[in-house]
Design a protein around this ligand. Structure first.
Ligand code: UD1
Ligand code: CA
Length: 451
């Protein structure tokens, strides 16, 4: 089939510089959701109608399979679809989708296409409050006669609760006859796509209707309030899918997935976690409350304690991370690594069984296995101009409050005494310490306040 996505509207009510269809739902632009749906449907042609000032829409979402058609000026939905006709395969039906209606499901659309057959298919819904929408007018036998827009409708017509969702499937050859003949003699002076219903009936072509599985599928985004409402629906759907695949969620109402979250078996996620980009959690991973994970991989059996932040990092299996740990881009942890509270790791590898349990900064470092990094240890990786690497070999013990002034290497099995400021390489298997000798001053008296 051909898919036409209407996305030329301005979206004034968003009150934003950003074109409406680039506002994000689940971390991705609204239009990206609709493009994904078109691809899931295996559309032969995907045409996006975009508007004035919308070049950034095109730049943001361009792809080899997308045909961009600029509509300028915007004279209505019928006029919008008209602009695409020369790009469509005339022998396949055309499905009309909307760039600002992101949650439409492929099962619903497949049903609409099936219902349409060789005729016209209209997706309708029954709303408690139909105001603003086009109404579906039927004859005494229940056959669709036409669609009347809210602003053109009489009082009686406005009482109808069956609305036009906007989604339609039509024979492309028929669209080529109908669309150029549309008039704009209506309350908005626009060329209405909805008028093709009347034209189809005039030609004796069947008009079928079908309904979405859920009404939220057809809700559009016109304001930040509606965007937030659909975000909740989307997150709820994500949460249900996760639970159906075996993930334990402490509260399905308190998880946000802004991208793709891939979970192994028996994964547990506590409340208020945010997952961005692509995140993969291995079997048995536990994520504590209030964690943020972005483009991260966590190995099987690892536990991420509350308030940890992980970005573009790889955590090996059976690690213990946090609470309050920060793993920054380029971090790669081996098996059974412990990164504790207020420890920051950046662009570093840490091999198996090594630990930095408290208050440390490990940046641009290669840390071997079975290393113990004491509290308050810092790699001084930056000299104000360039970054330098620190190498800590296997079995090293680093005492608390140590500064490793990079570039520097700590040899295998070395021990650094607490408080050391290491500016030269530390030899293997030896104690290296830079510490002012302790002194006790005899006869010293603390000054007293005068009374
Ligand atoms: C349209 C339908 C109405 C339906 C409602 C569902 C028509 C005439 N009316 O009304 O029956 O109940 O959707 O939400 O179709 N667009 C363009 N170019 C244009 C005009 C619109 O690309 O020239 C796009 C908009 O960006 C938007 C969509 O088409 O995504 C719908 O346009 P809008 O003006 O919001 O139509 P409604 O008045 O809501
Ligand atoms: Ca609208």
């Amino acid at each position: 089939m051909n898919v036409v996505i209407l996305a030329a509207g301005q979206g004034k009510r968003m009150r934003s510089e950003l074109p409406k269809v680039l506002h994000r739902l689940g971390g991705r632009p609204l239009l990206a959701h609709v493009l994904e749906t078109a691809r899931e449907l295996k559309a032969g042609k995907i045409c996006v109608v975009y508007g004035h000032g919308g070049e950034i829409v095109r730049e943001a979402l361009d792809g080899p399979d997308v045909i961009w058609v600029r509509q300028e000026p915007q004279l209505g939905t019928g006029h919008a679809v008209l602009q695409t006709l020369t790009f469509l395969d005339p022998d396949a039906p055309t499905l009309v989708l909307y760039g600002d209606v992101p949650l439409i499901g492929t099962p619903t659309l497949t049903r609409l296409l099936d219902a349409a057959g060789d005729g016209l298919g209209v997706l309708t819904a029954v709303f408690d409050d139909p105001s603003g929408y086009g109404r579906i007018l039927r004859d005494a036998d229940g056959r669709v006669q036409r669609i009347v827009e809210h602003r053109d409708a009489s009082e009686d017509e406005r009482a109808v609760c069956e609305i036009n969702t906007g989604f339609m499937a039509a024979p492309t050859a028929a669209l080529k006859r109908w669309l150029p003949s549309l008039g704009n003699d209506n309350a908005q002076g626009e060329y209405y796509l909805t008028d093709i219903v009347r034209l189809a009936i005039g030609e004796g072509l069947p008009v079928a209707t079908t309904q979405p599985e859920a009404n939220w599928e057809v809700l559009g985004v016109n304001s930040k309030v509606q965007l937030a409402e659909l975000e909740r629906v989307h997150q709820r759907n994500n949460a249900l899918l996760l639970m159906e695949s075996g993930v334990t969620l402490a509260d399905p109402g308190r998880i946000d997935v802004r991208g793709e979250l891939d979970c192994g078996r028996d994964v547990t996620i506590d409340v208020n976690c945010v997952f961005e980009g692509r995140v993969a959690l291995g079997d048995g991973v536990e994520v504590g409350a209030n964690c943020v994970l972005k483009n991260a991989v966590v190995g099987a059996g690892s536990r991420i304690a509350p308030f940890s932040h992980i970005e573009s990092a790889e955590v090996g299996p059976r690690c213990a991370i946090g609470p309050y740990a920060r793993l920054r881009p380029g971090t790669k942890l081996g098996e059974d690594v412990h990164i504790g509270n207020f420890v920051e790791v950046k662009n570093s590898t840490v091999a198996e069984r090594s630990k930095a349990n408290h208050l440390a900064y490990v940046g641009d470092a290669s840390v071997g296995k079975d290393v113990n990094i004491g509290a308050g240890t810092i790699t001084c990786n930056y000299d104000g101009a360039s970054k330098h690497r620190t190498v800590i070999e296997d079995d090293v013990f680093i005492g608390s409050d140590t500064q490793l002034v990079a570039p520097v290497t700590v040899g295998r099995g070395a021990t650094l005494g607490a408080g050391t400021t290491l500016t030269q390489d530390a030899p293997s298997d030896k104690l290296t310490i830079t510490r002012v000798k302790q002194l006790t001053v005899p006869g010293w008296k603390r000054p007293q306040k005068k009374k």
